[in-house]
Design a protein around this ligand. Structure first.
Ligand SMILES: Cc1cc2nc3c(=O)[nH]c(=O)nc-3n(C[C@H](O)[C@H](O)[C@H](O)COP(=O)(O)OP(=O)(O)OC[C@H]3O[C@@H](n4cnc5c(N)ncnc54)[C@H](O)[C@@H]3O)c2cc1C
Length: 546
């Protein structure tokens, strides 16, 4: 699944980058085996992940809704550094981000003087007994001494303290359908997938490549699940799930669904791994008493078997591949600066930062050294932690949505479509409208005979609404197809019946005429005289007997 050869290409080429669709009899839901392991590196089945997710979903929703976890900081105006394309923008309202401007209503630890007051926080940090991690968490004191240490970051943590960065309430800017697409988003995705080309010949590169691909594809599929689950129905004006869109983007591709589960396993293992190092922290309890218990409730449901990160870079030789992996994933997080839709950029940044944080925890937490583990965790910034939990929430929501889409799919497959057709009285509306429409069309034909106008070409069922119209299809075309088929069939049946009826009526008369004309011709021939005939227009003319 990661066989795309993208090396040595200067321009993104979407055709060579993306996998061909892998539809399975048109349906994933019927073919995936939920008892199977999510991946050879995960000792967990799809079913088990569903169960874990069911247990933690409620707490996770509450957690990301708390004041501490719902705010994120990012620079929406950062220039794209990968190609010269900083002029595009998404004009759709759904692409916009509502930035926090009402500072008075924010908790104290989000106030500008605290967020920006690094010196003040640093000044107190040495004397207080609380560890630096907690102060980072509550005061935003990122970056102490980071520069002198080896780079273990999979994203640019400096972005969060950039002077251009704005604070955004994630709960006020949900991840959903924005209309962003076409060449622009395809270019972003192809550039992301192109990062997945490691130096050939390195030990362990194929497994690293596979993990990289699955992470990106899982992110891509998760975004597609959210935009299908929260899709604008232009007829009702409501945001609602769109099953057909989901099937077209995710559901018909078992591999993409599996990659969402794989990402869930990766992030949950990272969370499981930091659990022992969070216990001494109070998570700004003075602001929200429940945050800590919610986190612990969630983490206690997670299992170490969900993902075995040790298999990825298992021997010494693979450390080069690991460096490559880190640099390439960092690029993925930076490519988010090239996304023109602000809302997509926001959630793209949150999620790529969440994966970057997971990778840092999984691959940079040295198993042999307890102290270094604690240090890595202590140095996580507030925004990495917020991104980590929000990314887990996004994956958890995706899995919940996949299960909901499966139920919708089964209802439709079991004839739900037909049932709703009758329940909504559409069948009877169809009959009534057909009757009225035929009357109208007859009138239209009559008037067109007089006025020589083209009124009779007006579609008969112009106002007819068929059930279950897919958002992605041209509805006019579907209606016209129905009308055309209806017309053609009724016309053909009526003409056939008329023909048969006329044939029976005309048969005796035709036989009598045939008999008369034949005997007349034979009599004339016997007498040796000319006889008369008629052409198709009824004109009589003489024929000579040869
Ligand atoms: C960072 C980012 C965030 C975005 N956030 C949003 C958002 O919040 N809301 C929104 O409405 N749109 C969002 N978009 C746009 C969205 O992802 C799609 O690009 C857009 O909807 C157009 O979809 P598409 O069907 O043309 O194919 P795309 O999703 O653009 O995919 C392009 C090609 O990639 C391949 N492909 C698709 N999915 C996968 C997969 N999971 N694994 C492997 N290959 C795959 C297919 O061959 C496909 O033709 C975002 C885009 C980016 C880059």
């Amino acid at each position: 699944q990661v066989e795309n050869s993208r090396e040595n290409k200067s321009e993104p080429d979407t055709k060579s980058v993306f996998q061909p669709p892998v539809g399975n009899n048109g349906s994933f839901f019927c073919t995936i085996d939920k008892e199977e392991l999510v991946s050879p590196t995960c000792d967990v089945t799809f079913k088990e992940i569903n169960e874990i997710n069911g247990k933690i979903r409620k707490d996770l929703v509450s957690l990301v809704g708390t004041d501490f976890f719902k705010y994120f900081k990012l620079d929406l105006y950062k220039q794209c550094t990968f190609w010269n394309d900083n002029n595009g923008f998404c004009v759709n309202r759904a692409c916009a981000v509502d930035v926090v401007e009402d500072w008075d209503n924010l908790p104290e630890y989000w106030q500008p003087e605290v967020l920006g007051g690094l010196d003040k926080v640093n000044g107190t940090s040495g004397s207080d007994d609380e560890c630096k991690f907690l102060q980072d968490l509550c005061g935003g004191a990122e970056g102490n001494g980071r520069q002198t240490e080896p780079d273990i970051d999979y994203c640019d943590v400096g972005d969060f303290v950039n002077s251009q960065a704005v604070l955004v309430d994630l709960s006020a800017n949900p991840e959903r359908f924005t209309g962003y697409g076409g060449q622009e988003s395809a270019l972003i995705w192809s550039s992301i997938y192109r990062e997945n080309c490691f130096s050939p010949g390195e030990m362990g590169q194929s497994l690293a490549k596979s993990v990289f691909y699955r992470l990106v594809s899982g992110l891509h599929a998760s975004i597609a699940t959210h935009l299908s689950n929260d899709h604008l129905n232009t007829e009702t004006g409501k945001w609602e799930p769109d099953l057909e869109l989901f099937m077209a983007r995710v559901g018909n591709f078992p591999e993409r669904v599996a990659n969402i589960y794989f990402n869930y396993a990766v992030v949950s293992k990272a969370l499981w791994k930091i659990k022992p190092y969070l216990s001494h922290l109070s998570f700004c309890n003075s602001y929200n008493q429940d945050v800590k218990s919610m986190i612990m409730n969630i983490l206690s449901q997670l299992d170490s078997n969900v993902f075995n990160e040790d298999l990825i870079f298992e021997d010494e030789l693979s450390s080069k591949v690991k460096d490559d992996f880190r640099a390439r994933f960092k690029n993925v997080t930076k490519i988010m600066d090239c996304v023109h839709c602000d809302r997509c950029r926001l959630w793209g940044k949150v999620q790529t930062t969440g994966y970057a944080t997971s990778l840092k925890i999984l691959f940079e937490l040295d198993d042999r050294d307890e102290e270094s583990k604690q240090q890595v965790v202590d140095k996580l910034t507030k925004y990495e932690l917020i991104a980590l939990f929000n990314t887990f929430d996004r994956l958890s929501k995706s899995i919940e949505s996949i299960n909901n889409f499966e139920r919708l799919y089964e209802i439709q497959a079991a004839g739900g479509k037909l049932a709703s057709f009758f329940q909504n009285n559409n069948f009877f509306k169809l009959l009534k409208k057909a009757r009225n429409s035929i009357k109208e069309s007859v009138q239209a034909i009559n008037s067109s005979i007089n006025s020589s106008s083209s009124e009779d070409e007006k579609p008969i069922f112009a106002d007819l609404k068929m059930p279950g119209k897919p958002a992605v299809k041209n509805t006019d075309q579907i209606e016209n197809k129905w009308k055309k088929a209806w017309h053609t069939e009724t016309h053909n049946v009526i003409e056939a019946l008329k023909f048969i009826y006329r044939s029976y009526i005309d048969l005796p008369r035709n036989l009598w005429h045939l008999l008369l004309s034949t005997s007349n011709r034979l009599w004339n021939k016997f007498l040796g005289i000319q006889y008369l005939s008629e052409d198709d227009d009824g004109v009589s003319y003489k024929l000579d007997i040869i």
